[in-house]
Design a binder for this molecule. Structure first.
Ligand SMILES: Cc1ncc(COP(=O)(O)O)c(C=O)c1O
Length: 391
């Protein structure tokens, strides 16, 4: 009766965590989920209220011209793109959060009539939606380990031609969830060139790009600009959830190759949730404002400072170059998560739930826990003090 491909998906990490620890209790400090608890900018509520009259309208699948223009201008500013590279009308699509977009891109791209299923390349560890997307699109996932082990970015250029020839889609995540590793410009350039050479789509999840420590992460669109000024084979995913601390707004966008965007828009007109017009208005204002983003970034940086002071050089601590997760080597991530819950009411995620065993049979996340620095400074300080004491 049900789609047998669903059997190929493991339970989502948070279900697995509930199985391991039981339900969240009132005294819990939840650092297992990357849900920013910073106050959202007041302009969100103001603009939603001012546009309340628009709740009565079905929104167009491709959003409003004002939203698309705000996004195009932001991309040009942030990634120093030449004017005209991003046509707001053909290269940008609003999405109801990037999770659905990262899922639907596989449906958009996979499905060629080949004798064997197409391949989808993903990092390992990885954001779990990539795997679900590949499997449900009928593709075979290929998990690619980090260049520097479980803390680094994968390098798809080292894969054999036999794999690349069958590849339909490759996911990169930079800054990476969970490790915070950033794909440098050289790696992005090589991946863009690789996607074009082998005719696959490179989907770059950049939803943590605005939360960085010392250096603004490069983006795949700047790699396109540097390479030849074309967007061929590349799409990037950006979200307001982390940048502007509004995960509940469900607002992001996809930008890139107009051929992919047009196909994606067609698919979404059947099965996607169009973003409501009041949300598009608030989102456009957020993309036009950098002051709240800089303040947000400073707050994350202050929490990483606390982590560095409290954890020092234990647990393989390193400042994440991007994003807001600590990725700590604790020997046995599940055991550590259990102990932290039982002894300190701290809820963290075992790294194994964010990875799958590689060809060597080893799960590259199993020694790690992921700790989301999403709370205020005082809560973070208390929680990390307890974490250090218990572990
Ligand atoms: C790597 C990564 N990509 C995408 C998302 C999806 O975010 P949203 O759907 O809120 O845009 C998340 C959320 O946690 C994430 O960690």
């Amino acid at each position: 009766m049900l789609n047998p491909r669903l059997d190929l998906l493991a339970d989502y990490p948070f279900q697995r965590l509930t199985e391991l620890l039981g339900p969240v209790t009132a005294d819990a400090v939840v650092m297992s989920i990357g849900e920013p608890q910073h106050a959202p900018p007041p302009l969100v509520a103001e603009i939603l209220a001012a546009n309340a009259g628009l709740w009565g309208k079905y929104p167009p699948a491709n959003g409003s011209p004002d939203f698309r223009r705000a996004v195009a201008a932001w991309l040009e500013r942030r990634f120093v793109l030449p004017g005209g590279l991003i046509d707001p009308d053909t290269a940008i699509l609003p999405v109801a959060g990037t999770r659905e977009a990262l899922y639907l891109i596989a449906q958009t791209v996979c499905g060629q009539n080949a004798a064997e299923p197409p391949l989808v390349l993903l990092p390992n560890p990885f954001y779990q939606v990539y795997l679900g997307a590949a499997v449900m699109a009928g593709a075979a996932p290929v998990l690619v380990a980090g260049r520097d082990g479980p803390v680094g970015q994968p390098d798809f250029t080292t894969l054999p031609d036999s794999v690349l020839a069958r590849t339909a889609l490759a996911y990169l995540c930079s800054p990476a969830n969970p490790q915070g590793a950033v794909a440098d410009r050289d790696l992005l350039l090589r991946n863009v060139a690789l996607a074009r050479r082998w005719g696959f789509v490179l989907a770059v999840d950049e939803c943590y790009s605005e939360i960085w420590d010392t250096t603004e992460p490069a983006g795949a669109l700047s790699a396109c600009a540097a390479l030849d000024g074309r967007l061929d084979n590349v799409v990037v995913f950006h979200s307001l959830s982390k940048r502007s601390s509004v995960p509940g707004l469900r607002s992001g966008f996809v930008a890139g190759d107009p051929r992919v965007i047009a196909a994606f828009a067609r698919l979404r007109s059947y099965g996607g949730a169009a973003t409501p017009l009041p949300i598009l208005a608030a989102a456009a204002a957020l993309w036009r404002d950098e002051a709240h983003v800089a303040a947000n970034r400073d707050l994350y940086r202050a929490k990483v400072d606390i982590a560095e002071r409290l954890l020092g050089n234990r647990f393989g601590f390193r400042r994440p170059p991007g994003g807001f997760f600590l990725w700590l080597d604790v020997g046995d991530g599940e055991a550590a998560a259990r102990t932290l819950w039982q002894e300190a009411r701290l809820r963290v995620l075992p790294g194994a739930y964010l990875a799958r065993p590689g060809a060597d049979g080893i799960n590259p996340g199993s020694a790690y826990i992921r700790v989301a620095l999403v709370h205020d400074l005082a809560t973070t300080e208390q929680a990390l003090t307890r974490l250090a004491a218990v572990l």
